[in-house]
Ligand binder design. Structure first.
Ligand code: 5GP
Ligand code: SF4
Ligand code: MG
Length: 464
């Protein structure tokens, strides 16, 4: 998970402030590093660094760091490799004066194969990042292969497998590029003069541009002096090995996206409310109070409360300044993180039969700790209600789920998980229930629950 933005101002006004604000609205998609590349009609300049958007861009890094075309990125925390050379945007500059910069969200599944082919042609790599591979593929085809940028992008789309929602900047134009499965989100909007491409719609809202549409599966959208030109993929099913339908990451609705985002055609808040309503309709325990694990489950618990009439309470108060507990490699530190993050309100729990709602169970760390905490706060019964099906499989498309062995859902059945979490009962939404709640075109990747990846995944997850 990462966030990308692209901007183009038709009046050739500076877009640096809008780029920073848009990235800031997507800070939840990546807190490790960020960067922006800007073009002023000729030169592409870039600035990137480790840290949050407001830390890397407290102000304009240099007086001439401005331009009317931009690409920007926020990078999701990963366990090890947080070197600046792997941060985005990636930039290619040639002696002939060509400048290109690209940011992308998503993981490729045939990185090593494609990289080896490019290295044989003499292409050098600075790091091990998918976006660098995509950019250098396009740059090589365009500069050495002599084809147009659009054709270079089409060639990249034929070779490269996996997820990419990307924005590409030339000296004076912006391209939005989406993989044929449309795995990760990417939308665009315009005010008439300012065009913005982004992973999530709040980045459009802050720039006061109106949402036009998603970038289609396999589509390339060009933003230039002549306006907006859409290039739907001429044969998108062929680059999906014959599949007539895309595969949007359902986890965007479950967890990643902000509730105020419109993802895959649906408001995420509404989807989460419908997930909660499904859980309420399938309730078979007597429940006195429904409590979310904040913040990602708030709308799910609210949907549950509205559907069932059971009172909703914020029984767990969250400390917003606790860092990332989820990805810490050490279990003891993850356990401690959960305690630091949540504190229970005894008055909410005392003597009550509680439905404790969370969006997902990955390793089980959070809910094992919270079940005990809620019981210690006086709850009579703790019933866990989960807004996604059992997570059994790893993600190969850019989500930092651990290897399958670390997923509690791949090691135990539901009764075993319930016992491990020390809960009185446990219920997950079904795959069909989730698909129904997510609505949209109904074409989702649900591989972390079903193991059915949109295309065969051969390379190992941990090998990059
Ligand atoms: P667990 O504690 O079971 O390992 O993880 C489940 C918790 O992590 C849930 O509260 C959920 O909101 C959160 N979560 C699920 N997926 C991700 C992810 O990819 N990244 C982060 N940071 N948190 C996640
Ligand atoms: Fe999303 Fe899961 Fe598919 Fe990864 S495997 S893209 S997290 S639905
Ligand atoms: Mg959570």
């Amino acid at each position: 998970m990462c966030g990308v933005i692209g901007l183009f101002h038709a009046g050739e006004e500076d877009v640096f402030p809008d780029a920073v604000n848009g990235l800031f609205q997507m800070q939840h998609r990546g807190q490790d590093a960020c960067g922006i590349a800007l073009a002023d009609g000729r030169i592409v300049r870039h600035h990137k660094g480790i840290g949050h958007v407001r830390e890397v861009f407290p102000s304009r890094p240099l007086p001439d760091f401005s331009g009317f075309v931009a690409t920007g990125h926020v990078r999701y925390p990963t366990q090890g490799d947080n070197r600046v050379r792997n941060t985005q945007p990636h930039v290619v500059s040639t002696l002939r004066g060509t400048n290109l910069a690209l940011s992308s969200n998503g993981d490729l599944t045939n990185y090593h194969t494609v990289r080896a082919r490019l290295e044989e042609k003499g292409v050098d790599f600075l790091g091990t990042n998918d976006a660098e591979l995509i950019l250098k593929f396009i740059a090589w085809e365009h500069l050495e292969g002599g084809c147009s940028l659009l054709e270079a992008i089409r060639r990249m789309q034929r070779e490269v497998r996996g997820a990419y929602s990307a924005t590409l900047v030339t000296g004076d134009a912006l391209y939005a590029i989406r993989d044929p499965w449309a795995l990760r989100p990417l939308c665009f909007g315009t005010s008439g003069v300012l065009h913005v491409v982004a992973s999530e719609t709040p980045a459009l809202d802050i720039a006061r541009v109106d949402l036009v549409d998603e970038v289609g599966a396999g589509e390339v959208v060009h933003f230039g002096r002549e306006g907006i030109t859409r290039h739907p993929h001429p044969d998108v099913a062929s680059v999906r090995h014959g599949s007539p339908v895309p595969a949007h990451c359902i986890f965007e609705h479950v967890y990643f996206s902000r509730p105020d985002s419109i993802a895959f055609g649906e408001r995420v808040y509404d989807v989460r409310r419908r997930i909660g309503a499904w859980l309420a309709r399938h309730e078979d325990e007597a429940i006195d109070v429904v409590v979310p694990v904040p913040d990602s489950s708030n709308a799910i618990a609210l949907g549950y409360a509205h559907e069932s009439g059971v009172p909703f309470e914020f029984g767990l108060i969250r400390n917003h300044y606790v860092g990332r507990t989820f990805i810490h490699p050490d279990q003891a530190r993850r356990d401690d993180g959960v305690k630091q993050k949540f504190n229970p309100l005894r008055s909410v729990f005392k003597g009550r039969r509680v439905a404790l709602v969370d969006d997902s169970i990955v390793r089980g760390t959070t809910l094992r700790k919270l079940t005990r905490m809620v019981r210690a706060a006086g709850a009579a019964e703790v019933h866990l209600r989960i807004g996604s099906p059992v997570t059994r499989h790893s993600c190969f498309y850019g989500v930092d789920t651990p290897d399958a062995e670390a997923l509690i859902g791949s090691r135990m059945d539901e009764a075993g998980i319930c016992a491990h979490l020390t809960a009185d009962s446990l219920r997950y939404i079904s795959v069909e229930g989730l698909r129904e709640a997510a609505a949209g075109d109904g074409h989702f990747c649900m591989a972390c629950f079903t193991g059915e990846y949109p295309e065969p995944v051969r390379e190992q997850k941990a090998s990059k």
